[in-house]
Design a protein. Structure first.
Length: 376
């Protein structure tokens, strides 16, 4: 007797990508490609003749439009008789979105049991009810009848005593005798148990949504087989998505010309990353001159000629320090200008005023140094 499961989580349909560093048109493109990822997962469940498709939270990022809700319903309905069980994560809308097809079980906020007698499956699932869970995992799960598969679905943070994302005690779950605990919340896949006996796993996100936590996009195909009182478990990783979020740090050593810095950026990514992925270049080290690097100029040099998508973050510092220049020029206009501006910056009444004064200091020192060089 066997059971086949497709296990996914954290798809984030409708994600805004605000603050992710993408241009609006890039975010819109990736939102559409995330739908293609969901379609890939559904088609896999159908082709593999899976018994269950488990969606362990964060299927959506907030409320979808009526058209997108209908699109989601259609994708799930088309894979019947595969039974779809979806628990709510922190980003899913908590209000019911209306009727779902007969093969879709949207778990309402709280804890619920589902029986699939034709598959000898008892499934317990818990959906988020508030932004913050109660402390710990306290639900008691009674033993199922011998020969039945026992499945548990949760969305939260495992093995952390204190977490705003539902602390899950994995040792307590192991002692309950669960055959497979399907988890959601982490973008990276994580498993508990040895090969052939994995009893719990995070699916990981099938579609990256940020540079900070790009994950390993994919989902699990899980096969369970009962042999007496024991359960054999086999997990196969299936990769998803065309694109990744790829970030590289580039250490500058006094470079100033935009073309030179652009070449350094391009050389730091593989040709495949440049053609396909959302790339981020974080510039560190020392730049030539005091003016900040013009990220937009660099981007125009590189996109679309050498990159599909590129975000540039300037974290460089000037090659020379203001203090050293001021100390070397105590009696001339350059030294006095630095001293005056540094004092004004120290007394700035707001962050915005500080930023304006720092920009003025950089531009002024750049101009005065340039005039000195021309006067030599």
């Amino acid at each position: 007797m066997g059971l086949k499961i497709v296990h996914t989580a954290d798809i984030h349909l409708g994600h805004s990508f605000e603050g992710a560093g993408l241009l609006p048109e890039e975010g819109a493109l990736w939102r559409q490609e995330i739908w293609q990822v969901l379609d890939q997962i559904c088609q896999c469940a159908k082709e593999e003749k899976a018994d269950l498709l488990l969606v362990c939270g964060n299927l959506m990022d907030g409320e979808l439009s009526p058209a997108d809700r209908e699109r989601c319903r259609d994708l799930f309905q088309e894979i019947a008789p595969v039974q779809v069980v979806w628990i709510l994560g922190e980003s899913d809308p908590k209000e019911d979105l209306g009727e779902w097809p007969d093969n879709v079980h949207r778990v309402p906020p709280g804890f619920k049991r589902y029986d699939f007698p034709e598959k000898d499956v008892v499934l317990w699932a818990e959906s988020w009810s508030d932004a913050v869970w109660p402390d710990g995992f306290s639900q008691f799960i009674p033993k199922a009848s011998q020969g039945q598969f026992q499945i548990l679905m949760l969305h939260g943070e495992a093995d952390q005593e204190v977490s705003q994302y539902h602390s899950i005690d994995m040792q307590a779950i192991l002692q309950m005798g669960i055959d497979y605990c399907a988890l959601g919340h982490r973008n990276h896949p994580t498993c508990w148990g040895r090969e052939g006996a994995v009893w719990a796993a995070y699916a990981g996100s099938p579609a990256s949504v940020s540079f900070e936590d790009p994950g390993d996009p994919g989902f699990w195909i899980v096969e369970l087989e009962k042999e007496g009182t024991s359960c054999l478990r086999r997990l196969q990783r299936r990769q998803t998505g065309r694109r990744r979020f790829v970030s590289q740090e580039i250490m500058l050593r006094g470079e100033q010309e935009a073309e030179t810095i652009a070449d350094r950026i391009a050389a730091s990514f593989s040709s495949g990353n440049r053609r396909r992925d959302f790339c981020r270049a974080v510039l560190r080290g020392e730049r030539g001159g005091f003016l900040p690097i013009d990220a937009e100029t660099l981007r125009r040099l590189l996109v679309p000629s050498r990159f599909f998508s590129l975000t540039i973050v300037d974290q460089t510092t000037p090659e020379l320090s203001y203090d050293r220049i001021r100390e070397a020029n105590p009696d001339n206009l350059l030294g006095r200008y630095i001293e005056t501006m540094q004092e004004r910056i120290r007394k700035a009444g707001s962050e915005r005023e500080r930023e304006l004064l720092e920009s003025a200091l950089a531009a002024g020192v750049e101009a005065l140094l340039h005039s000195q060089e021309k006067g030599r």
